[in-house]
Design a protein around this ligand. Structure first.
Ligand code: SAM
Length: 280
């Protein structure tokens, strides 16, 4: 079988099993097995594949069809132009979160370039490390309640040579964190435990602690809104990724706690997804 024939056959197989973006999945997995960039497959379409190359691919195709996320099979995810290590120790970073980082950069570039920032619920470290790469003079901390996630974040920091600039530590929200931050950013779990049944198979491969906050979904965000004023410098900013339908309640909580300059932004699908405010 040639590279092209294999891609066509695998695409068809994925299609029948309702895998999203079947051709893209097939290309990523084949490129991974062959140790090539995806784009390099295009100049090899006519090459015949050996059995030793097909065997590992079959295994990955089987696992993908049983719902395992593509990023777990590749062990990697693209985020803000960098390739991060990705596995079951932390949430697979989502495109919405890339948008959160882009919004921070576009709105606050000059304000946060020399600042102290903390990423709460850092997971694989994608937000903290992307900000560290963008702002070489900023001091950045990432916290998480999951020891596994923190180990993965540390590996990603090493990968980008950022381990001396980004400190990761274990903390339940801001409990173990000293005051004095200019920016608190968080993509915390915001799914309601009641919505578990409606989630896709892929999503359920993410760690439980990365998805669910409680019966309402906004419990951790509400706690963070309460804790943040004691950790922010006067005029410091809070930037949150939030769930569908949570903005009104969270804005009301911010107003009640005397935050100011409160505004929301939509994600690319038109959902109110990001919340910004400052305190003091
Ligand atoms: C939705 S994931 C986001 C991970 C990463 N920031 C990203 O955007 O890909 C939420 C993260 O919050 C962490 N987390 C959950 N509860 C927490 C808590 N009480 N304190 C700190 N981190 C928590 C989870 O372990 C998980 O890594």
């Amino acid at each position: 079988m040639t590279v092209l024939e294999l891609l066509q056959a695998t695409t068809g197989y994925f299609q029948k099993r309702n895998i999203d973006s079947p051709r893209l999945n097939a290309e990523h997995l084949l490129a991974h097995v062959l140790g090539r960039k995806r784009i390099e497959l295009y100049v090899e379409f006519e090459r015949r594949l050996r059995e030793s190359e097909l065997r590992p691919l079959r295994e990955l195709v089987k696992r993908r069809c049983s719902g395992e996320p593509l990023q777990h099979l590749l062990g990697a995810v693209e985020f803000c132009g960098r390739t991060f290590r990705c596995d079951k120790r932390a949430l697979v970073p989502r495109p919405e979160t890339e948008q959160l980082v882009e919004l921070l950069i576009s709105h606050f570039k000059s304000e946060i370039a020399f600042s102290r920032m903390i990423d709460v619920g850092t997971g694989s470290g994608v937000i903290a490390l992307s900000l560290a790469a963008e702002f070489p003079n900023a001091e950045i901390v990432g916290v998480d309640i999951s020891e596994d996630a923190l180990v993965l974040a540390g590996e990603n920091a090493e990968r980008f040579d950022l381990a001396d600039r980004v400190r990761f530590l274990r903390s339940n929200l801001l409990e173990s964190v000293p005051p004095g931050f200019d920016l608190i950013v968080a993509n915390l779990p915001y799914i309601s435990t009641e919505d578990r049944q409606s989630l896709s198979r892929e999503v359920l491969y993410d760690p439980e602690a990365a998805l669910f906050a409680g019966p309402r979904g906004d419990e951790l965000l509400q706690q963070l809104i309460t804790q943040a004023p004691l950790r922010l410098r006067p005029g410091g900013r809070l930037a949150l990724e939030i769930g569908i339908g949570q903005s009104d309640t969270l804005v009301a909580a911010l107003v009640e706690k005397n935050y100011r300059d409160i505004w929301t932004e939509n994600d690319y699908s038109g959902v109110t997804r990001f919340l910004f405010a400052r305190y003091g």
